[in-house]
Design a protein around this ligand. Structure first.
Ligand code: PLP
Length: 405
């Protein structure tokens, strides 16, 4: 495989760290990706050289900060091929973005309206909608899973009707790594007059996404899963829909005029950006996209698929191995249990080998309930990982199995 992973790894200072006297092997990329030097430096450069509040100052520092903040917005627009920078709202991340949309539809939806969620969602794409339906009495329906972790689209086609106003679904499941057929789901939803929100928290780091081609109505991602910092992400929405929904938070920056009688809101995107934003985070997010584009998402996808195939084949050779979401239609995540062993115990032993994996429900309890399990071990890969690290994982799991059996 022609991918210069050793050179790429030099860009990530954390990879020289030792954990329990062993070199760090980081397989928790789905929770948070690691950060390259160029992104880390962009944050210290901001604070060292042009830390100032944006949009409102006439002084040079403020102008420079505003310029870089807005240029990060343009980078996001271009990277994801949105139609207009006005359609890119900076948020604190995917959870915040979904809450903006759920709050926005609270007064638009009425009792009798229906919304559809997939059975594969992270809690952050379930709970805000439940909070919304408590207020407006809309009915929440669920697309069920199949045994291989894919969604049952036949059932989806039966669930949807002209009563359906919203469909919300993740692009890739964080718990299983399964890629959902969002293009098809968007087409079916649009035929029925429904609006679709796609949670791209897990897809955006792994392959190219073209928002206009997908014709998706709302899309969201978090920078910290894309080699960027925590506490920053974005919400994309089609302009006419963002114009339709009211803002979630009131305050400075998001207004046009304020009197004690009434307030008029600023134009997009500022209408949804009340208060001082995470300025250095947004700028660093732009640098993270530059970094990924330099390697190329097509190259990243090919290499990560290669790692995923290699790891899946090796893991399947371990006696008692159960992989959830065992479909070719997936990316970068293996969620597993070993018959008779507890996921938490396996994760704790792997940590002694310096190997970081996640154990538990992965904020997706309905998926665990479907498989009738309390949790899984999740190894999630990225382009910074190597075949040798996967070999170490297999050795450590084999050791854990012997120790715990
Ligand atoms: N949606 C999915 C699919 C996720 O994997 C996550 C985080 O793991 C989120 C939403 C929430 O993202 P954030 O915590 O950045 O808001």
């Amino acid at each position: 495989m022609n991918f210069d992973v050793e050179n790429i790894r030099k860009d990530f200072p954390i990879l020289s760290k030792k954990i329990n006297n062993k070199p760090l092997i980081y397989f928790d990329n789905a929770a948070t990706s690691q950060t390259p030097t160029s992104v880390i430096n962009s944050i210290s450069n901001y604070y060292n050289n042009y830390n100032a509040n944006i949009h409102r100052g006439v002084h040079s520092l403020s102008e420079e900060a505003t310029q870089d903040f807005e240029s990060a917005r343009t980078k996001i627009k271009e990277h994801f091929n949105a139609g207009d920078t006005k359609e890119i709202i900076f948020t604190s991340g995917t959870t915040h973005s979904i809450n903006i949309v759920a709050n926005g539809y609270t007064d638009i939806l009425k009792s009798g309206d229906e919304i559809i969620v997939s059975g594969l969602e992270h809690h952050s794409n379930i709970v805000p909608w439940q909070m919304m339906t408590k207020k407006n009495n809309a009915k929440l329906k669920v697309i069920p899973l199949k045994e291989n972790g894919e969604l049952d689209l036949k059932v989806f086609e039966n669930l949807i009707s002209d009563k359906t106003k919203l469909v919300f679904i993740n692009h890739v499941s964080n718990a299983l790594g399964v890629i959902n057929p969002i293009k098809k789901i968007i087409e079916i939803a649009h035929k029925n007059g429904a609006v679709v929100l796609v949670d791209g928290a897990q897809s955006s780091a792994h392959f190219d996404i073209d928002l206009q081609k997908l014709d998706v109505d709302f899309f969201t991602a978090s920078a910290h899963k894309l080699c960027g910092p925590t506490g920053i992400g974005f919400l994309y929405g089609k302009k006419e829909l963002l114009d339709l929904i009211p803002p979630y938070m009131g305050g400075g920056e998001m207004i046009s005029e304020v009197t004690f009688e009434k307030t008029t809101y600023a134009d997009l995107p500022h209408k949804f950006e009340a208060g001082t934003p995470n300025i250095s985070g947004a700028i660093a997010f732009g640098y993270a996209l530059d970094y990924l584009n330099n390697i190329g998402l097509d190259n990243i996808k090919k290499y990560e698929d290669y790692l995923l195939d290699y790891a899946t084949n090796k893991l399947k050779q371990i006696d008692g191995m159960i992989i959830y979401g065992d479909t070719p239609n997936k990316t970068s995540v293996i969620s597993f249990n070993i018959d008779g062993l507890h996921a938490y115990d396996i994760g704790s032993i792997l940590d002694k080998f310096g190997i970081a994996v996640r154990t538990g429900q992965h904020c997706a309890q309905p998926i665990m309930d479907y498989f009738k399990i309390s949790g899984t071990v999740r190894a999630s890969f990225s382009f910074i990982n190597t075949i040798e690290e996967i070999d170490e994982l297999i050795k450590a799991i084999t050791f854990a199995k012997q120790m715990l059996s």
